[in-house]
Design a protein. Sequence first.
Length: 309
Amino acid sequence: MQLYPTTENRTPPGLTCLEVLSKGGIRLRAAYAVPASPKGTVVIFGGRAEYLERYFETMNDMLRRGLAVVSFDWRGQGESDRLLPNRLRGHAVDFADFDADVDAVFSRVIIAHCPKPFFGLGHSTGGHLMLRTLRGKKWLERAVLTAPLLGFHFGAWPRPLARGLSFGATRLGLGSAYLPGLSHLPQRREDFDSNALTSDRRRWDRDMSTLEQFPQLAVGGPTFGWLRAALDSIDELMEWPANRGPSCPTLMALAGMDRVVNNAGTKAFLGRAPGFSSLTIADSRHEILNEKTEIRERFLAAFDAFIAA
């Protein structure tokens, strides 16, 4: 396994790539870098269909702050082992499998190579999966989640219909089939004008250049199996006990213009679960860390203040 830099997206200094074996013999691609005199480590959980290289800029942000960084590709995406013969299908069976990926990276990379204290930075599905760890595992000092997945925009599909379709399809053995109505292909450079992720053309083109040069990193649309696993996990998190906070102080940053995750779900969660802080970046689309520089800087200022506190 290796890293895939481009002229627009160079490898952060000292970033080391390694293979980690997870549950079921799945090989994960992980990477870490430790600066001189580190103040701690930021563990980055990327979102669905993402890959390590998308976080090179954020890794550099953390390294400049004197923080070590760790990230990895979830099973089924990036250069980690895919779950289906068709590499483009964004598939999952149970989000508990991703918990096993976290355990493997934590024990074999973070503990082995990185200095304490450990801080979490999780985006979208990665934020959701970080929340799963915060139900009891006390390995993070503080966690920051950007646009965490706690609800979907289903469009014309009522939520009960989406749940019924995903349940029925998986029961009928169609869990690996693409969801209807969504593109099966990875996003392309020419999709910028209609994208729901970022308003920053330069960062969009940077990431599209990576996929054009290294198409093996790409993932397309989600499957019925992935949707069912995600909905089941959202239901689990929505049953968070009203008398128990997360295992460390946690900040949720919502993107005010999010058309990927439904902020109503996040707000419902925040209304139930104690011990969480939140902020909304009103002019940001879904990917706060890939947004325009002024939006990123506002978020990073909030991240710095929260971590320092």
